[in-house]
Design a binder for this molecule. Structure first.
Ligand SMILES: Cc1cc2nc3c(=O)[nH]c(=O)nc-3n(C[C@H](O)[C@H](O)[C@H](O)COP(=O)(O)O)c2cc1C
Length: 351
């Protein structure tokens, strides 16, 4: 099949960014996706969270909020795909415009606010594909108006656990008022207990991970690590978008509320990842996300402590060929440094 992306790219990047995304999802839904270039290099095969994966490069949450195209994204070469964030009830999210490109910085700011079709549509789609191969995670959140946050997460977990390869409790979006306060020690401990209880009630036992923000004080990180290890959850995703506005962001865009992702997030999110590696030290796997745009970036996340890597923003700027390129570059870097697998390189910077 011919890859039409190079032809479409200039048009997509000139369109309103949210419309470009909607068009991309529609195109992917047709199923006419050019399959990625061949088998993954053997060195990238990895087993994490009990999942056998052809490679450690995942699609981060937010691209496929409604679980409409997980199989198309697996076909593009991702080793795993995270759908969501989904909330129990459908909700429209914030008013448009709510997605802003910053091409010169390789970044975007978004304040979507969990726009999504709700758990019924989401779980139905995951159920319909549950027998297919490929790791698909379900990232769950809360509706804007919900007071008892844990009740919403419990619904998301109960409904998706039977059909998801893994579950993610997202407490780190900057675009739902109060959400990130769930990262504080007592709140987090109570929330994770209810999430694990919900998973038990579902009768299924996919691994359950927590996704955190990069904007955390030292004490927050120590508390989160303690709660993660004490709770018995299975992993940690570091990180979501940042509320910081580094100097590279022009002032007229820096003033837009929302989470910043892409290249400016690479260094700070990898630093936070490294700190969690130090605090958690291999006792549960870490997933590194934030600013990955090359094999070298993915390798840096792995060396800092990530067993898996995810990306989103760079895909929007570079298109699907990026996935194959990152995998090839990563395989070369691992071999260059004498590693025989991804697992061998995890946390190498700390040794
Ligand atoms: C437009 C957009 C929407 C996002 N939506 C979600 C979301 O619904 N849930 C979530 O956990 N993360 C969401 N994210 C965060 C990404 O999953 C990821 O953590 C972050 O963008 C950093 O990775 P990147 O620099 O590769 O994009 C979103 C990111 C972007 C750019």
């Amino acid at each position: 099949m011919v890859d039409l992306y190079p032809l479409a790219r200039p048009f997509l990047l000139r369109m309103d960014p949210e419309q470009a995304h909607e068009l991309t999802i529609r195109a992917l839904k047709t199923g006419l996706v050019p399959p990625a270039g061949g088998r993954d290099p053997d060195i990238l095969r990895t087993r994490v969270l009990g999942l056998e994966l052809p490679n450690p490069i995942g699609l981060a949450a937010g691209f496929d909020k409604n679980a409409e195209v997980p199989d198309a994204m697996l076909k593009l070469g991702f080793g795993l795909v995270e759908a969501g964030t989904v909330t129990p009830r459908p909700q429209p999210g914030n008013p448009r415009p709510r997605l802003f490109r910053i091409p010169a910085a390789g970044a975007v700011i978004n304040r979507f606010g969990f726009n999504n079709q709700g758990i019924d549509a989401f779980a139905g789609r995951l159920e319909a594909r549950a027998e297919r191969p490929g790791a698909v995670g379900a990232n769950v959140g809360k509706n804007k108006e919900t007071e008892d946050a844990a009740a919403d997460y419990a619904v998301g977990i109960r409904r998706t656990a039977p059909f998801a390869s893994y579950l993610v409790v997202n407490v780190s979006s900057p675009n739902t008022p109060g959400l990130r306060t769930l990262q504080s020690k007592e709140a987090l401990s109570a929330l994770l207990a209810r999430c694990l209880e919900a998973r038990k009630q579902s009768g299924a036992e996919p691994p359950l991970l927590l996704k955190v923000a990069p904007d955390l004080a030292e004490q927050d990180k120590a508390d989160i690590a303690e709660v993660v290890l004490g709770s018995g959850i299975d992993g940690l995703i570091v990180s979501n978008t940042t509320i910081a506005r580094p100097d590279i962001i022009p002032p007229e865009l820096a003033k837009e509320a929302g989470g910043l992702s892409g290249r400016p997030l690479m260094v700070p999110s990898t630093q936070v990842l490294g700190e969690f590696h130090r605090l958690i030290g291999g006792r549960v796997p870490l997933v590194g996300v934030g600013g990955v745009a090359s094999g070298a970036d993915a390798y840096a996340k792995i060396r800092a402590g990530a067993a898996l890597v995810q990306l989103y923003t760079a895909l929007a700027f570079n298109g699907p060929a990026l996935v194959t390129r990152i995998k090839r570059e990563l395989a070369d870097l691992l071999a260059r440094d004498g590693f025989r697998s991804v697992a061998e390189a995890v946390g190498a910077d700390h040794r």
